[in-house]
Ligand binder design. Structure first.
Ligand SMILES: [Zn+2]
Length: 280
C-alpha cells in the first residue's frame, strides 16, 4: 500500500534522536509523502530545513490557535506568516512570480513554495479567554487561503459549532481539510453541506469509545484523508506512545473494517484526495 501522511510534525523535538530513521521506517511502510503543518516561529527552522532537504516532505504555513493564547505578540506572528507566504509563493492568486530575490533556503525565503495554510483554527479547550483573538487570527488566515488559492488545514477543539458557523460564511471560497476529525455523523453532515472540505481521520478511529465508530461508515472515501498527527494520537496498538507516520497502516485498516472495504481502497482514495487538495 502507498500512503500520504497529510498531517505530521516529525520536525518536532520528539524526533530529534531518530528523525531520519523515522522517515526511513515510514518510507519502507509505503508512505510516499509527508505534509508538515506549521505551529509557530519556534519550530519554523526545523520544519523548513526538513522540507527543503527531503523531496517527499511538504510545508504548510500558518499560526496555530493555541499559539495565540497568552501571546501579546500574536499579531506580529501572524504578519510574519503573511510575509513568508508572499516571499515564497508570490503575492496572491494568479500571480506566481517570485517577489523575493533571496535564495531558497535563506531565512527570508526558507522554502520554494507553501502547499497550504495550516494549521490554523479554534481551540477553546485550554482556555476560553482568547476567543476573540483566535477568531480574528483564524478569519485572517481563511482570507489568506482564498487570496492565494491554497487549501486550509484546520484544527478544531471544543469549538465545532463556532468553527462551522465561520466556515458557512466562507462557503464557496474556503476549502481544505478539517484535521483530527473525531465527531458524530451530525457534525459531518454540516461539513458535507459546506462543500470544499474533507475530514482528516487519525488514530482516534481505533479508540473504543470514539464517535468515529458511528460516523466513519457514513463518510464517503472521497471525503476523507488519513493522517497521524505524529508525535500525538497514536493508534491502537501504540496508544499512549509516540506516534509516527508508519502507523498510518493501522488507521487505514480500521477505517476499512468500519466501511466494509479493503485497506488498499482506503489508502488509494486518501492518497488521491491528498494529491488533489495540495496539488502534489
Ligand atoms: Zn497538528
Amino acid at each position: 500500500m502507498r500512503f500520504i501522511d497529510t498531517h505530521t510534525h516529525i520536525y518536532d523535538t520528539a524526533f530529534d534522536e531518530d528523525r531520519s530513521d523515522t522517515l526511513q521506517r515510514a518510507r519502507e511502510a509505503g508512505v510516499e509523502a509527508f505534509i508538515f503543518p506549521a505551529i509557530d516561529s519556534e519550530s519554523h527552522a526545523a520544519q523548513f530545513e526538513l522540507t527543503r532537504t527531503q523531496p517527499d516532505c511538504y510545508s504548510l504555513i500558518g499560526l496555530h490557535p493555541t499559539s495565540v493564547n497568552d501571546n501579546p505578540h500574536w499579531r506580529e506572528a501572524l504578519a510574519e506568516v503573511e510575509r513568508l507566504l508572499v516571499a515564497c509563493n508570490g503575492s496572491a492568486k494568479g500571480d506566481h512570480t517570485d517577489h523575493s530575490t533571496a535564495p531558497i533556503g535563506s531565512p527570508e525565503r526558507p522554502v520554494d513554495h507553501f502547499y497550504g495554510i495550516g494549521e490554523v483554527g479554534l481551540d477553546f479547550y485550554w482556555s476560553n479567554d482568547f476567543r476573540e483573538e483566535q477568531t480574528e487570527c483564524f478569519r485572517r488566515q481563511v482570507e489568506l487561503s482564498i487570496a492565494h488559492d491554497l487549501p486550509l488545514v484546520i484544527h478544531t477543539r471544543s469549538a465545532w459549532d463556532e468553527m462551522l458557523t465561520i466556515l458557512e460564511e466562507y462557503k464557496g471560497g474556503a476549502r481544505g481539510i478539517l484535521h483530527a476529525f473525531g465527531e458524530s455523523a451530525e457534525v459531518y453532515e454540516r461539513i458535507e453541506q459546506l462543500g470544499g472540505f474533507v475530514v482528516g481521520i487519525g488514530g482516534v478511529v481505533t479508540y473504543k469509545k470514539s464517535p468515529l465508530l458511528e460516523s466513519v461508515p457514513r463518510i464517503p472515501l472521497s471525503a476523507m484523508v488519513i493522517e497521524t498527527d505524529s508525535p500525538y494520537l497514536s493508534p491502537v496498538p501504540f496508544r499512549g506512545k509516540r506516534n509516527e507516520p508508519k502507523n498510518l497502516v493501522y488507521i487505514c485498516e480500521q477505517i476499512a473494517r468500519l466501511k466494509g472495504c479493503t485497506p488498499e481502497e482506503v489508502a488509494e482514495a486518501s492518497t488521491r484526495n491528498a494529491r488533489r487538495i495540495f496539488g502534489i
